[in-house]
Design a protein around this ligand. Structure first.
Ligand code: ADP
Ligand code: MG
Length: 395
């Protein structure tokens, strides 16, 4: 799960991470009022979308830049009016861009230098780690690739937590001295406490900036949360903005389905992520194009299969469905009954190929055959892929 920058900054304020004061607005008039409340000068207006690269982005109406420094409340109102209700395209949104329905009006600062600072779960050393760089404000992936020596990494002990000496070490590596080092220790520690308390999997501050009057402040914020911990983070869940997410993925998550929409026309419904990947591969190998990744998990109940069918059929590109289920713990006959019920409930009218394998498979196949529905049974994965690709080509 992700949140907006303005929400991230509310968390920064709560946990004592230094950041310029700001207010969120949904209309141009609100942006003007927010600007007046913040002093009416020396401000920025920032489009709020779940993607970075806003500064260098372009709106579909031609307006350039999702981050604007402004100097009067009237200007704030004008700029907000140009952003709100418009679609912003950045290198992270893809060509479709993202609709801006909120802007953040915040105090602007005079930047002396921009740094990159993040805390994330580093799977390579199985620890939360600090990633920092003097090359801030830019694409960090590019820095890591071209000048890996400019990336500072510091692993954090899982039970001891982030130690003051580690903050000083990172600050020194960034070239921060004296008062700035003290500010860095305070900011890094506050950010780490926040990271742990709200179960983040990543907090990225790009840029972390030094101002011309020697203050260290977080100017941007990107958060990822550990989805498995959301049950104990009610305040975080309340910040979820479903309009930023693919509606099919939102529907899928309500039924514990892992769904990712793709561009092809053959939908797949599979139990297990590995099997789902293999199924997508073999569809490609057989000359087809998968319309989605969909893992119904180990259970594959009737309710889940029906919900999955509905989500799949909501995609107008889908011209055929391949069900590939391995009944390890599940009984194939129960799965077959679920598939039939789902096909009936959704009045399925496109080709459906089902490959069942495992526990009680003979009974399962018989149930499918006896259903009277136009369901094609397949014997193995290659056979299933060939059959669905051929059926879609013929349709
Ligand atoms: P994005 O990463 O989506 O482009 P940022 O929040 O990083 O958005 O903003 C882009 C750039 O705008 C920053 O690198 C910084 O130079 C500038 N900027 C952002 N916030 C402020 C601010 N409060 N004061 C001054 N400059 C800012
Ligand atoms: Mg940024």
């Amino acid at each position: 799960m992700n949140i907006h920058e303005y929400q991230a900054k509310e968390l920064f304020e709560k946990f004592g991470v230094a950041t310029p004061k700001g207010k969120v607005a949904s209309t141009a008039a609100e942006a003007g009022a927010a600007a007046r409340e913040l002093g009416g000068e020396g401000l920025v207006v920032k489009a709020q979308i779940h993607a970075g690269g806003r500064g260098k982005g372009t709106f579909k109406n031609g307006f350039k830049g999702g981050v604007h420094v402004i100097n009067t409340a009237a200007e704030a109102e004008d700029i907000a009016g140009k952003m709100l209700g418009q679609t912003l395209v950045t290198h992270q949104t893809g060509p479709d861009g993202k609709l801006v329905s909120k802007v953040l009006v915040a105090k602007s600062v005079d930047i002396a230098k921009e740094y990159y600072f993040a805390i994330l779960l580093d799977r390579a050393n199985s620890r939360h780690s600090i990633i920092a760089s003097t090359e801030g404000g830019v694409n960090i992936e590019e820095v890591a690739e071209k000048t890996p020596e400019k990336i500072i990494k510091e692993g954090i002990h899982p039970t001891l937590g982030l130690q003051a000496y580690q903050c000083r070490k990172v600050a020194a590596a960034l070239g921060l001295r004296g008062a700035l080092m003290n500010q860095a220790v305070k900011l890094f520690t506050a950010l780490y406490n926040l990271f742990i308390k709200v179960d983040c999997s990543m907090v990225e501050v790009n840029p972390l900036a030094i101002t011309t009057d020697n203050q260290l402040v977080a100017l941007d914020a990107k958060f990822n949360f550990d989805d498995n911990a959301l049950y104990r983070q009610k305040d975080v869940v309340a910040m979820r903005d479903k309009t930023e997410e693919d509606p099919r993925e939102v529907a899928a998550s309500e039924y514990n389905l892992n769904y990712i929409g793709l561009d092809g026309n053959i939908a797949c419904l599979v139990n297990g992520a590995g099997l789902a990947m293999a199924t997508m591969d073999i569809i490609k190998f057989s000359g087809g194009d998968p319309a989605n990744f969909l893992d119904v998990g180990g259970g594959a109940s009737k309710e889940q299969v029906t919900a999955a069918f509905k989500i799949i059929l909501g995609d107008p590109n889908v011209k055929g469905i391949l069900v590939n289920i391995f009944g390890g713990i599940m009984d194939c006959n129960i799965i077959a009954t679920g598939i039939i019920a789902a096909a009936q409930e959704t009045s399925l009218s496109i080709p459906l190929v089902v490959r069942l394998e495992g526990n009680n498979v003979v009974a399962g196949k018989k149930t499918l055959a006896d259903s009277g529905l136009a369901i094609t049974s397949a014997d193995d994965l290659a056979d299933a892929a060939k059959k669905i690709v051929a059926a879609v080509a013929a349709a």
